[in-house]
Design a protein around this ligand. Structure first.
Ligand SMILES: Cc1ncc(COP(=O)(O)O)c(C=O)c1O
Length: 485
């Protein structure tokens, strides 16, 4: 390393280096052949390009004179408008497989003023956290976590508090365990659903319970919904944005404050509003709305996966306009504005029938891919959870850390996967059971690629010379992810 004349920040020197380049270095040592190409299932990337009509719109907009200049910090108003409309459709319930928008039953309370556009969802997370917490504060993350979330917190000097999720629970986080972790320093709980890395998709009732917990403690619930469009169901991913249906025999209406129409009218604390009166202990069925969402809920989204445009860097934050006003200050420093040509192109397409058809076909293709993986993964490898882009699997080799397995499978057999140790911090690889888990992105390659990956995993398992344990029942033993901090 060449010496530097200056000191580096503690934030950066105490943050783990990004793990994807390490996996790429394993992959670079594999010699592909026409019959055995590299199968890179490591980074979660769309395996197909965007559709022709989107590519054409992007190239047209690249020439558009409006795209050359800076735009509004929080995004072009036309895009914010169509994103809000799209969210009304998604969270109002849509029909899977339908190429035509079909809004039904549930009314959704989101408007363009609740949305800002960012240069990707990672940046949305950075901006959000910078507004929520400062050095020494705490943010709760289920572990295994999306490593960029923990890296961001570390860079900002914010302490990550690990909420352990377990294979035997299908990696669903526990609200009760989370409640025990809340201290006066806690500023937010951040959930990723469908999850990266485990693929676990949290049911609406669980998300509602976390929202109630956040309400009770006056903290934020940050939902990273990057993989939202890959949930194979016609019902909304959650009901936090929905307006509760009016009762058939309404009781005398309480005197509610008027709904805010300007930034300054929005209450800063949930408890300043009588709308937040539902006790925490009351049941929260999937269809029940927890109350107005704006004081607590922040939803992040990425256009990278659903639209297959990760290189175009576009994401969004949906939150109270009061919060977004602060976010805009941060975004002005971090991005000035999100990429304009992409904003212009998507503004005209997001609610287009063809675009919705593409997103829904993509979802169906991924569902089939998961099924192929499920039926093709050779025993005694075991799938622990699956959903969105990912499958979280358990390798069968006695006494071998997953990182050693992943390195060897990449270098010698051309199948690149990531060990679970990349999604937590500490000495996890050293323990027998903890070191067993591996993340696979099934989105990166086509159906044939996934079949071929499973064939090679089977061949490699027989040929590697490691002792294989017999097939086990259940979803793995109960262990805790070990965290140093
Ligand atoms: C949970 C999660 N959030 C955010 C991102 C990054 O999204 P973007 O490309 O929009 O920055 C990813 C990408 O893998 C992700 O898995």
């Amino acid at each position: 390393m060449l010496p530097l004349a200056f000191r580096l920040s503690k934030g950066v020197t105490s943050t783990l280096a990004p793990p994807i380049p390490l996996a790429a270095s394993w992959a670079s040592r594999y010699t592909p052949t026409p019959s055995k190409p590299l199968l890179n299932l490591s980074q979660g990337v769309p395996g197909i390009p965007p559709p022709d009509f989107l590519r054409e719109a992007l190239s047209e907009r690249a020439k558009d004179i409006r795209g050359f200049g800076y735009g509004p910090v929080g995004g072009d108003s036309e895009l914010r408008k169509v994103v809000a409309e799209e969210m009304k459709w998604i969270y109002g319930g849509r029909k899977v497989g339908e190429k035509v928008a079909e809004v039904e039953k549930v009314e959704v309370d989101i408007g363009p003023e609740d949305v800002v556009i960012t240069a990707g969802c990672n940046l949305a997370f950075v901006a959000t956290v910078m507004c929520l917490a400062e050095k020494g504060d705490e943010v709760i993350l289920p572990v295994p976590w999306y490593f960029n979330h923990q890296m961001t917190l570390n860079l900002l000097g914010i302490n990550t508090v690990a909420l352990h999720t377990l294979p035997q629970d299908g990696y669903q986080p526990s609200v009760e365990r989370c409640a025990e972790l809340i201290t006066e320093k806690t500023r937010a709980i951040c959930l990723v659903t469908p999850n990266n890395p485990t693929g676990a998709t949290y049911p609406p009732s669980l998300i509602a319970s976390f929202a109630s917990l956040a309400q009770k403690h006056n903290i934020a619930l940050v939902l990273d919904e990057t993989y939202r469009d890959f949930v194979p169901t016609s019902s909304p991913p959650h009901n936090l944005f929905s307006i509760p249906p009016s009762k058939p025999t309404p009781a005398p209406a309480p005197q509610l404050p008027p709904q805010p129409s300007t930034l300054s009218q929005i209450p800063l604390s949930p408890f300043s509003s009588p709308l937040f009166s539902r006790p925490l202990s009351s049941p929260t069925p999937a269809t029940q709305n927890i109350g107005p969402w704006r004081p607590n809920v922040i939803s992040l989204y990425s256009f990278s996966k659903s639209y297959c445009i990760p290189g175009h860097r576009l994401g969004s934050i949906t939150a109270s306009p009061t919060f977004l006003q602060e976010v805009t200050t941060v975004l002005d420093c971090l991005q000035i504005c999100a990429p304009r040509p992409t904003q212009l192109a998507l503004a005209s397409l997001i609610n287009d029938t063809r675009m919705r058809g593409f997103v829904s076909e993509n979802r169906e293709a991924l569902e089939r891919r998961h099924e192929i993986f499920r039926t093709s993964l050779p025993k005694p490898w075991k799938i622990i959870s699956q959903g969105g882009y990912f499958a979280f699997i358990r390798h069968p080799f006695t006494g071998i850390e997953a990182e050693v397995v992943c390195k060897r499978f990449a270098e010698e057999f051309g199948v690149v996967m990531l060990p679970a140790s990349f999604f937590c911090e500490g000495d996890v690889g050293a323990k027998e059971e903890e070191g067993r888990y591996v993340r696979v992105s099934v989105a990166n390659v086509g159906d044939e690629g996934i079949r071929e990956a499973c064939v090679r995993i089977g061949e490699a398992s027989k040929g590697c010379g490691w002792e294989m344990e017999k097939e086990r029942e259940g979803r793995g033993s109960g262990f805790r992810w070990q965290i140093i901090r």
